[in-house]
Design a protein around this ligand. Sequence first.
Ligand SMILES: [Ca+2]
Ligand SMILES: [Ca+2]
Length: 160
Amino acid sequence: MKSVLNRLAAAAVATVGVIGLMTPPAQAATVITAHLEIGFNTGVPAARTINLSVHVPMDEYDANGYLIHGGRIQVRFYGSDSGTDPVIYGPVTWYRGDYGLTAGPDGIRLDYGWEVPQGSFLNEDDSWVNNGDEVYIVAKFIDGDGATITAESNIEEGIY
Ligand SMILES: [Ca+2]
Ligand SMILES: [Ca+2]
């Protein structure tokens, strides 16, 4: 999902930003929330819809400053199991300028959705005795210096 070209472009933007905007963000980001919604598209062929919603509250000036300086949001999907939960997809990382990632008056937001076919990576349990799937995301906000805050979403349950 993330091309090398996009990464290079993000790095170039970040470099320009360091030269052009010397004022660091005024406040450290301390809060992050993550929500996952898995739905059903009854079209032909039928599909599962995935919607991610991640929010890092701050003022708009700081939100732009963080993204200009290389701040990004990184998402991994997990299957909830007894014992250690496996990563079933990701990490996927959104940088400034990537579709779905915005800086606004209430902070940095990632709102991103797509569709997958039945039996995709969301089908994290597929045995006869345990076919129900329990999926959640862990979202990280990583600033330009590498400082990270993390949130775990709700668990979505279904036969995916
Ligand atoms: Ca499971
Ligand atoms: Ca399943």
